[in-house]
Design a protein around this ligand. Structure first.
Ligand code: UD1
Length: 424
């Protein structure tokens, strides 16, 4: 069994390059299906989830070629309208191929992703959007089966600004006849990046990143070259780790507006966050920090994907903080693990009340999902003594070369079989 071992207490000091954004890359990879030609995506992170998406694309005929500066994906000929069951159950985002496959082939049969550790995660809004564009959609034998002779633009209102549903609708609408207006869609940076890719391919999209988007479809989209934005969740995790270890960390490759909510909250705690270049920021923390209240929300609100890491920081910030999770119904699985490290946290429904203690102490803990794992890394970096984290495969889904990056800024972290001690 693999484990990450951290000898805590070292301030993170230096400069780190932020990787390409996982969630954006997954959407962009699915969107390469929209073009009957070759698309080259640059700045795609090397992650387990990306590998799963590449396997999904390969399984339906996409030719994938790794180049020195990107991944070339030739989706000229799609050989199947269905994807292997085990791939979608391994990664929920593989469901995002439903829209483009339907638009390209007139039919799609994609396994339903089902629930996951952090909540039930239905796909009703994805299906609602495709139905509005004229598709017949049925759920049979664990698959979503969609058919449409042609997709036609429509006015769609989403009950909730789901990121995945917005992406599904954008990809289908980009190949639909006429214009789609999407109201109350997601406004996340990944939506804007996807809109830029689809626009470069030939669709016309206005209002991406706002509450109302207008998508004018084209019968054919062409392959292009596109660079994926930097990962705001990876950057945010490092910003929080810098604050927790009282470090001085510069991050390059991240846009300020993508981490504005976190920057604001860190500043409220007494952490200095300054922009040193258009895509670089510096986080400096010294002395005691003050407790805060945080509520997760769709973008531009505070991201649910940084809630667990923030809780780790608040757990070691003296005073009372409150965290409210509004996006997923069961996203406090990291609490029990933080308690093992000496944290004082009480949860009631979707609220957590955190009495900060200083310091946390290293302990054997288990990552239950990706961001819960990241929270344990943050806690371990600042804790006194050794933290041993198992369930490492969850962390590998979303953090590229994690140990290498952290070691380069002073962390004492290593990966090994259980029982070995952390090395500098
Ligand atoms: C994406 C991100 C994930 C992030 C989440 C919220 C990717 C690959 N993953 O996931 O890291 O945590 O956004 O920022 O981009 N919902 C419905 N019906 C639907 C779809 C969603 O009720 O059809 C609900 C979900 O159960 C959840 C909420 O909407 O409670 C948000 O989900 P959504 O925005 O769709 O998240 P994902 O796209 O799955």
């Amino acid at each position: 069994m693999e484990a990450i071992l951290i000898e805590g207490g070292q301030p993170l000091v230096g400069t780190l390059a932020v990787s390409g954004a996982k969630n954006t890359a997954l959407a962009l990879l699915a969107a390469t299906l929209c073009a009957s030609g070759t698309t080259v995506l640059e700045n795609v992170p090397e992650l387990a989830d990306v590998q799963v998406m590449l396997e999904v694309l390969t399984s339906i005929g996409v030719k994938v070629q790794r180049q020195h500066d990107g991944i070339a994906l030739d989706a000229s000929v799609l050989t199947s309208h269905t994807t292997p069951y085990d791939l979608v159950t391994r990664m929920r985002a593989s469901f995002f191929v439903l829209g483009p496959i339907l638009a390209r082939l007139g039919q799609a049969r994609i396994p339903l992703p089902g629930g996951c550790a952090i909540g039930s995660r239905p796909v009703d809004l994805h299906l609602k959007g495709l139905r509005a564009l004229g598709a017949e959609v049925a759920i049979e034998h664990g698959y979503a089966i969609a058919k449409a002779d042609k997709l036609v633009g429509a006015a769609i209102y989403l009950d909730y600004p789901s990121v995945g549903a917005t992406e599904t609708i954008m990809m289908a609408a980009a190949l639909a006849e006429g214009t789609t207006t999407l109201t109350n869609g997601a406004q996340e940076p990944e939506i804007v990046d996807l809109a830029e890719l689809l626009t470069a391919m030939g669709a016309r999209i206005e209002g991406a990143g706002t509450e109302c988007m207008r998508i004018e479809g084209r019968p054919d989209l062409v392959g292009v070259r596109h660079r994926c934005i930097g990962d705001r969740i990876e950057a945010g995790t490092f910003m929080i780790a810098a604050a927790a270890t009282r470090g001085d960390l510069t991050l390059v490759g991240i846009r300020p507006e993508h981490v504005a909510s976190l920057s604001g909250k860190l500043q409220e705690m007494g952490v200095s966050v300054t922009w040193t270049a258009p895509e670089a920021l510096r986080v400096q923390a010294t002395g005691e920090l003050t407790p805060i209240d945080v509520r997760t929300l769709p973008f531009p609100g505070f991201p649910t994907d940084l809630q667990a890491q923030t809780m780790a920081l608040l757990a070691m910030t003296p005073g009372t903080s409150m965290l409210t999770e509004t996006v997923f119904e069961n996203r406090f699985l990291h609490v029990d693990e933080l308690l093992r490290m000496g944290a004082n946290i009480k949860t009631e429904g979707n609220c957590a009340v955190i009495q900060g203690v200083r310091p946390l102490t290293g302990a054997p803990v288990r990552a239950t999902d990706l961001r819960a794992g990241a929270a344990l890394v943050v806690a371990g970096l600042a804790a006194r003594g050794t933290t041993q984290i198992t369930g490492v495969h969850h962390i590998d889904r979303g953090y590229e070369r994690l140990e290498e990056k952290l070691i380069s800024v002073g962390a004492r972290i290593t990966r090994s079989g259980v029982g070995e001690t952390a090395k500098p």
